[in-house]
Design a protein around this ligand. Sequence first.
Ligand SMILES: O=C(CN1CCCCC1)Nc1ccc2c(c1)OCO2
Length: 330
Amino acid sequence: STGNEVTKPESYDVEYLTPVSIGTPGQVLHLDIDTGSSDLWVFSSETPSNLVNGQSLYEPAKSSTAQKLEGYTWKISYGDGSSSSGVVYRDSVTLGGLTVSSQAVEAATQVSEEFTSDSNNDGLLGLGFGSLNTVQPKGQKTWFENIMQELDSPIFTADLKAGEPGTYNFGYIDKNAHIGNISYVSVNDSNGYWTWTSPGYAIGTGALVSTQIMGIADTGTTLLLLPSTIVVMYYAQIPGALYDATQGAYTLPCSPTPPDFSFAVGDDGQVITIPGEYILYAAITSIGTMCFGGIQADSGIGFSIFGDVALKAAFVVFDGGKKRLGWASK
Ligand SMILES: O=C(CN1CCCCC1)Nc1ccc2c(c1)OCO2
């Protein structure tokens, strides 16, 4: 089987939300598909109402196929400091027309302020590796791990776009969605992430700098987080760019358009070029002169993060069968 679903960006492409149907009859929630984590958790009838602010709720009591996993709990915290926790059900979950009849659905009984204030985000659907799942006493498989063997090919693809809807495909590669070859690189899943190594980068029209950048392909992270040495080099090319200590981030003038940023993939000379405008993340001042940089340092994380700023410049194949990533321009 194969499937596909449209995913829509929230403002500034901060995240992409995708409709997912849970339970019988189907309850449609809009979830943040996150290759950087492996829990499927939702706002629910068990989420205290003071922590709910417009989100749609999963109500297991209204689903004829919901089964409570007695004694099972989950608790997750993300790199940005947000967190959530709760109890666990098993229920039917349909994404892109593909149904997993017995998927662990984690109902939130606690969410941090970042989630409460994100009114359109009804929860997360993790597409990382199952080893990252936080359910106790037994870790649960992701939706993709559960559907994989039914797919024509054990893969999914991400085609995120700047400021417009994109697509997640499951089980097949849409040749019309990319330009030129797809270059594949091996993935090290030992830390549960889609971890790969880029052999180098280029700034603007400059020559490729050969250096290994080890990072994760993470649809759930907004920005491109890279080694500080590379980030300093990039912003040094931009008059007026500066590290804003109060924001803890690099900022740059919203005009003119800054240089493109390219990263290499594989040993066949493939590069993905991020247009400079993607690096003008959002205006900081109300007068709109300074912008928040779409490239920031990965300091303290232990690896780089190829988040949406990078992913929306590419067509990306997440190959669960061969544990590899495929990157193509589009
Ligand atoms: O936390 C995330 C992504 N996360 C995805 C699920 C929703 C909440 C945000 N990314 C992230 C990961 C590492 C970081 C970081 C941010 O900031 C500094 O280090």
